[in-house]
Design a protein around this ligand. Structure first.
Ligand code: ADP
Length: 744
């Protein structure tokens, strides 16, 4: 993580106005509203309203009303006569101060106008709606003055002690709604209300967990101790795949629960939560609350309110769960901390992992990173002694790490239109013959990444982004993965008009599945990619089928690489191990290593040994040799040395600027203007302007700058001074990405 880290809660106290009750100080308050303004606006406090820092309010803004956040006393810059009063306070409970401070920190770090970050914590006023109530009926014991058959049936049905809605009761008793109504009117049935939302069960920390190995116990004890201390600190739980990291950090969860605290567990993918929720339930007797983009607004409100009132004790969520209103956080866990998915790339660009550290520091609570392949940023922080490291060197229960081999595709040539080499085919045959499962991994969706005309060489290019259109056979369409644009595959070449000459080039998972089906017609195949799996439920079904041995060969993208535990899976074939190494990404080698190690880690997790084959054209590449030798540390050390020599993160800081406009000339002009306006500063290098690798997306022309700065440079101050000195035309967008992970 980059330079500035927030002060801890205690140190922070002097920076915050000690009186959280703002109204006593003034009749006006400073309110952040969702506008790209540099700071809060002053509003008048409505009579009789107490306002605190952190209060969520409804504020008039122009002709509409918006959700605002009270951050302090009014600035007094605007004449009181011109101020508007706030419409109302949305809820009596202000957002926790640590959350408010996290939001302010995020805004300052990412150079986002502070009003725009409120939406991360409070998406809508709907969060404050009272829970929906259901009207239920029960018998009172009062006899109706006039009894009929229908009335008798209703009272008998209702008499079993279970409450029902009027409609349920009528239908079960075989009576009309008016009969039920009549019984209410005469006092034989009574209406009462219950909240529609079931409260979250409290996870039981006292339930015994599995018996831990010696290494696991030592790590668990250390984590429990840091949770007990109720103080900030980052611990890396560094353990090989299958070493039981989850079981170990569950001990930290148990400790926090024992202390009456809440816990946030951040996971990179929704797909992961399926098995995860079950494991959590097995350990703690109930499911945790979940937070991710697939929740309905009702579920969202329920979780939000339950986190705020403390009844949701453990939340498992995607990165946006960081901005939930926890009042008593006892620990944050970031599982698979190295995952790129923690980086938010749209809208407000932030890194969930780094933001989690900020929140933990502001909460003064420990934070635990778990990974088998920690990010270089984390390795660096361990080396700097900022993070503590705990080690789990062995797989649980004596399971062996898989044997990993490279298959050199230069000598094991592939036949035209085929993607599986002879050694890989043999290995799958062997696994199937033993009644075990195989996984074929290719991190590419669809059927073929490129479609070319055999007659004239025309390439099918997206009109929206100038990238290759990817053929998807399941849907019969050519798709732009960047923008979502899609079209039916044409019969005629758009350039030469020849018929049926458009041919697929290269493989995606669908094409590998086609080959596998042809080679192993009797095998039960399944594909796992985001084109096939649209919901956590679908992911769960597939994972269950795989766990139960109902699938022989699973073919998938990075979706399959994640924490899944398939005991019968012993063979993993990586169809194109070199795929991620192409392109000039700073972290290409690191990420390829992490991904392949992760996918290899799916093999042989139980008693049966695992075998992994990497198809590659560069078996001598350091990533391949490290994977084959099982020597992560040498690879990481070499990669670190390279980054240091190049003056790159984690030894330095980066920021990416993307200038974009529908008007290409205007984008270029603005980029040149910025290039001239760039201040000279020691320890800062500026690269660009240059066309972005994705030079056009949805009609917008994109030009990039990359700023590299030594770690002691205040990058935000540099960027603010720079951007503040140039007048950016209204039709040009400038996107700032601090600590970029994508260079496209
Ligand atoms: P990791 O997260 O390090 O890949 P997991 O926590 O998923 O490892 O553990 C791998 C498997 O081993 C899981 O099925 C887990 O329940 C099991 N396991 C780990 N430690 C123990 C233990 N001490 N006792 C019983 N089962 C364990």
């Amino acid at each position: 993580m980059g330079g500035t880290t927030p002060k801890s809660r205690n140190q922070m106290a002097s920076a915050i106005k000690p009186s959280p009750l703002v109204q006593n100080l003034t009749s006006r308050v400073a309110v952040l509203v969702p506008l790209p303004a540099p700071g809060p606006y002053d509003y008048l406090v409505p009579e009789g309203t107490d306002l605190h820092r952190g209060d969520v309010v409804e504020a008039p803004l122009g002709s509409r009303h918006v959700v605002g956040l009270v951050v302090g006393p009014g600035t007094g810059e605007v004449d009181e006569a011109k101020l508007k009063p706030l419409a109302r306070k949305c809820t009596d409970q202000p957002l926790p101060l640590a959350l408010v401070e996290s939001l302010e920190w995020l805004a300052a770090y990412t150079l986002t106008p502070p009003g725009l970050v409120i939406g991360l914590a409070v998406r809508s006023q709907g969060y404050f709606d009272p829970p929906k109530m259901r009207k239920l009926l029960r018998v009172t014991g009062t006899e109706p003055p006039r009894m009929t058959d229908a009335r008798g049936r209703v009272l008998e049905t209702a008499g079993d002690g279970f409450a029902r809605t009027a409609a349920e009761l009528a239908s079960e008793a075989g009576a009309s709604a008016s009969v039920v109504k009549g019984l209410v009117a005469v006092g034989s049935l009574q209406v009462f209300e219950v909240a529609e939302d079931e409260p979250f069960a409290v996870p039981d920390a006292e339930r015994p967990g599995p018996k831990l190995s010696e290494d696991q116990s030592a790590a668990a004890l250390s984590l429990r101790t840091s949770v007990k201390a109720e103080a900030f600190g980052v611990t890396l739980l560094d353990g090989v795949t299958g070493s039981g990291k989850t079981e170990v950090y569950f001990e930290a969860v148990a400790q926090a629960l024992t202390q009456g605290k809440q816990v946030l567990i951040l996971l990179p993918e929704i797909a992961l939560t399926v098995q995860f929720l079950e494991r959590f339930e097995a350990r703690f007797g109930c499911r945790p609350a979940e937070w991710h983009s697939d929740l309905s607004s009702k579920e969202r409100r329920h979780v939000w309110q339950s986190v705020a009132n403390g009844s949701a004790r453990v939340v498992v969520g995607a990165r946006s769960a960081l901005f939930l209103p926890f009042g008593a956080l006892g620990a944050i866990i970031v599982d698979e901390e190295h995952e790129k998915a923690f980086k938010q790339e749209d809208g407000i660009i932030y890194h969930g992992r780094d933001m989690a550290v900020v929140r933990a520091r502001l909460e003064d609570c420990p934070i635990i990173f778990a990974s088998a392949t920690p990010s270089l940023e984390t390795v660096f922080n361990v080396a700097q002694r900022k993070f503590t490291q705990l080690h789990l060197p062995d797989r649980h229960g004596g399971a062996q790490l898989p044997q990993i081999e490279a298959v050199d595709l230069r000598s094991h040539k592939l036949a035209k239109g085929e993607w599986l080499s002879a050694p890989l085919v043999d290995a799958v045959n062997n696994a199937l013959a033993r009644g075990e499962q195989a996984l074929l991994f290719l991190n590419r969706r669809g059927y073929a990444p490129l479609t070319v005309c055999n007659a004239c060489g025309h390439r099918m290019i997206s009109p929206e982004s100038s990238t290759w259109l990817v053929e998807h056979r399941y849907t019969g369409r050519l798709i732009d993965h960047l923008t979502g644009f899609s079209m039916a595959k044409p019969k005629l070449c758009p350039t030469c008009g020849a018929e049926d000459t458009l041919a697929p080039c290269g493989p995606g998972v669908e094409r590998v599945a086609e080959e596998a089906q042809a080679r192993w017609p009797k095998a039960r195949l399944a594909v796992m990619s985001s084109d096939v799996i649209h919901s956590p439920g679908e992911a769960q079904e597939l994972i269950e089928a795989m766990t139960l041995g109902q699938i022989d060969i699973l073919i998938g993208t990075q979706m399959v690489a994640k924490g899944h535990h398939f005991p019968q899976l012993t063979m993993v074939g990586v169809v194109d191990a070199d795929l991620g190494l192409k392109g000039g990404d700073l972290r290409a080698a690191e990420r390829t290593f992490q991904l392949l190690q992760q996918v290899a880690g799916r093999a042989g997790r139980a008693e049966k040994p695992g075998h992994v084959l990497l198809q590659t054209r560069m078996p001598e590449h350091p990533v391949m040799t490290a994977l084959v030798a099982g020597d992560r540390d040498t690879f990481v050390a070499a990669e670190m040395a390279e980054r240091e020599a190049a003056g790159m993160p984690p030894f330095a800081r980066l920021a990416a600027l993307v200038i974009s406009s529908l008007d290409r000339a205007l984008a270029e002009e603005t980029a040149n203007l910025l290039a001239h306006a760039a201040p000279n500063a020691r320890g800062v290098d500026l690269w660009g302007p240059a066309p972005a690798p994705y030079a056009m997306v949805r009609g917008r022309h994109r030009i990039r700058f990359l700023v590299r700065a030594n770690r002691d440079v205040n990058l935000q101050a540099y960027l603010s001074a720079w951007l503040g000195s140039a007048k950016i035309p209204a039709k040009v967008r400038v996107k700032v990405d601090i600590d970029p992970y994508s260079f496209l």
